[in-house]
Design a protein around this ligand. Sequence first.
Ligand SMILES: [Zn+2]
Length: 266
Amino acid sequence: MRIIDPHIHMYSRTTDDYERMATAGIEAIIEPAFWLGNLRSSVGSFRDYFEHIITFERKRAQEYGIEHYTCICMNAKEANIRPMADQVVDIVEEYLGREGVVAVGEIGFDQITPDEEAVFRRQLLMGKRLGIPIVVHTPHVQKKEGVIRTVEIMKEEGVDPAKVLIDHNTEETIEISRASGAWCGMTVYPRTKLTPDRVVGMIKQHGTDRMIVNSSADWGYSDPLSVPKTAVVMRKEGFSRDAVEKVVFQNPFAFFKQSPNFTFKG
Ligand SMILES: [Zn+2]
């Protein structure tokens, strides 16, 4: 089984994880820019972080035969720290043309504040102008409201939903995301997000089109093998090998293939 994990934060993972992921069949991964557990105090910290994931993390993954790609942005959580957030948005475009940078992301809402919305709109428009994929994070609290606002703003700004991946959907939001025409991410994250069983239930209900599974593994209690584990549950539940491969490989491949920097041959 060929696998892509389209959302994982390897910055916070060990080399043992890379080894286990490669063994489980993960061939390519996408690392969106996010917050680092504490709030940064200057634009320079973001520059160093972007540089780290674009160069060092890509090289580290290659040592395990895994192709590593990156999404760059000002994340939702630190979007509330202005004017720093605006200064970071000012430099994001410099990084979007770099080798292996395949999308703007993960942008969106955290607490659903006006500051977050302003920073979200600017970056959404940047993605639209450049014609590249956009990865949208949805909030942990008030998720439904966050997804509704996200879809409204996408429409207001005239963003092509085929270029957008709305991530971290649950049973509560999946219909809204699907109706928007965007790609729909589901995060298997033990304890606080979905289990493989719940993801498979959502796929049974809504089909495999535009459905994408990721681990979002980071510093929290998370699992870099979430995508292969979901593939196993799909097979056990009677999905064909083609249907499984569509969800864990072909769909993320097709979404990120909209970026000229996604050079993964597939
Ligand atoms: Zn994330």
